[in-house]
Design a protein around this ligand. Structure first.
Ligand SMILES: Cc1cc2nc3c(=O)[nH]c(=O)nc-3n(C[C@H](O)[C@H](O)[C@H](O)COP(=O)(O)OP(=O)(O)OC[C@H]3O[C@@H](n4cnc5c(N)ncnc54)[C@H](O)[C@@H]3O)c2cc1C
Length: 440
């Protein structure tokens, strides 16, 4: 009998428990669901197509592509090839869970869920009283104590095929790194043989190649976090913790499905005096284009729009700037990130934003406002990162690049004046916070 392996966020053959559970003769399929496809940016569409192309190559060209509502496409494919079951890795996002439940209802063969995109599936780690965690450190301890399975192994099935649509052609607006399982492992091998040893020290330095840059590979399941955890040694605990942040945010979203677009602390959406109107639009526009006059913010936004990725430390700096210096709701920034990030992931993005804004989980408290100048000097001490993305300032030496307005030569003509005064706006943010504190 033939079974169907419906690939979604698990575009790999290695350590893929759903694939190993699918049986001996498997028809591999990917469905372009217009709901997800239309909502994605060209950056993510192009990356997905490259990843699917790589998967198709590993499958000897047998990947079947179909477009449409999965609740219609999957049952119809089951009939077409007389499949006896459909296999998936469980999805724990709000849309994915509802979609899978609907597909299950529409099928007259079993929909078998094996594994998930996480080492520990969302919902598994709960407090003693069975309620979910909302604070990272206790979640991390419980997650580490819970543990995870060893990477899945097994003989690959025989793949069969059926008529397929052609692979879509999408042009990415930014250059993309190589996609696919082999590329993910190449990147991991490069990182683990060089930068992993100094990860604890260098991970906050955007001027260094100090992090793994695996987030897009993890997002599409080209490599599984369990495979990475299995490669780590006890001294790599900080890296394991970062993997755990991804799992923590997936768990938070699982328990709070509306938190993809609503603040966990509802006061921030309803009573915070957020900026709006034409003035806010102009400020937002300057932020998007990397023309705020604050070099580290501008470098980050330009890294995002020209490469489709941004260093984590800088994501926090630019997010804090949007929310606390420009007083613009985090949702607007999160949407812009999703349009540009190649690793755009609803859970990590919405909760990375909420953490920084101070309205989410064990948030960096609202009164902790990132100072874009001191952050720049501390984490980009020689100005190398800013110089890469803000060439207008390239003539300024060392850390002086973070305060170009102090340069004896004056601000380069092509670089903007600061759009707001950080000190002043910090006070405004603190006053806004005080105004909602204690209110329900
Ligand atoms: C405002 C904001 C938005 C973000 N949006 C996304 C997003 O859309 N998609 C996304 O994958 N990550 C997001 N992150 C988390 C983090 O910035 C990226 O995962 C990280 O920069 C990816 O680079 P890396 O692979 O080199 O990370 P590494 O430092 O090498 O970490 C290894 C892996 O751990 C996970 N990880 C590390 N830090 C975090 C974190 N803080 N939260 C969740 N997972 C983490 C990622 O999967 C990452 O690939 C966001 C963070 C912030 C502050």
């Amino acid at each position: 009998m033939t079974s169907i392996m419906w690939f979604r966020r698990d575009l790999r053959l290695r350590d893929n428990p759903a694939l190993f559970a699918a049986g001996e003769q498997v028809l591999p399929v990917f469905v372009f669901d217009p709901v997800l496809w239309d909502a994605a940016s060209d950056t993510r569409r192009a990356y997905l197509v490259a990843s699917l192309t790589s998967l198709n190559d590993s499958l000897g060209g047998k990947l079947v592509l179909r477009t449409g509502d999965p609740t219609e496409v999957i049952p119809s494919l089951v009939k077409e090839v007389s499949a006896d079951s459909v296999h998936i890795a469980a999805d724990f996002g709000p849309y994915g869970m509802a979609r899978d439940a609907n597909v299950e209802k529409a099928l007259d063969v079993p929909l078998v869920r094996t594994g998930s995109p996480y080492a520990v599936a969302p919902g598994r780690v709960v407090k003693g009283d069975e309620t979910p965690y909302r604070v990272f450190t206790p979640f991390y301890k419980a997650w580490a104590a819970h543990g995870w399975r060893a990477p899945a192994t097994g003989p690959l099935p025989t793949f069969v095929t059926a008529p397929s649509e052609p692979m879509p052609i999408v042009t990415s607006p930014v250059p993309l790194p190589p996609a696919g399982e082999a590329a993910a492992w190449d990147r991991w091998n490069d990182f683990s043989s060089a930068a992993l040893a100094d990860y604890d020290e260098n991970r906050n330095r955007p001027d260094l190649d100090g992090t793994s840059v695996l987030s897009h590979h993890l997002k599409y399941g080209e490599i599984h976090p369990r495979s990475l955890l299995a490669e780590l040694k006890p001294e790599n605990i900080v890296y394991a913790k970062e993997i755990c942040w991804r799992e923590f945010y997936a768990d938070i979203l699982f328990h709070n499905p509306t938190s993809s677009s609503h603040s966990l602390d509802a006061r921030y959406d309803s009573i915070m005096p957020w900026a709006s109107g034409a003035e806010a639009d102009n400020l937002f526009d300057s932020w998007c284009h990397g023309r705020t006059g604050y070099p580290i913010v501008d470098a980050g936004m330009r890294q995002l729009t020209t490469t489709g990725w941004m260093h984590n430390r800088v994501r926090m700096i630019v997010a804090s700037f949007l929310v606390k210096d420009l007083h613009i709701p985090w949702q607007r920034g999160a949407k812009f990130f999703m349009q540009h990030l190649r690793d755009g992931d609803i859970a990590s993005n919405a909760h990375g934003w909420q953490w920084t804004a101070g309205c989410g989980t064990d948030a960096s408290p609202f009164y902790r406002v990132f100072n874009p100048i001191t952050q720049g000097i501390k984490f980009d001490p020689n100005g190398t990162y800013v110089r890469t993305y803000v060439p207008e300032l390239a003539e300024l030496s060392g850390a002086s690049i973070h305060e170009p307005w102090l340069s004896p030569l004056g601000l380069p003509q092509s670089y903007p004046e600061r759009i707001v005064d950080h000190k002043q706006e910090r006070e405004v943010a603190l006053a806004d916070f005080a105004s909602i504190k204690g209110r329900t």
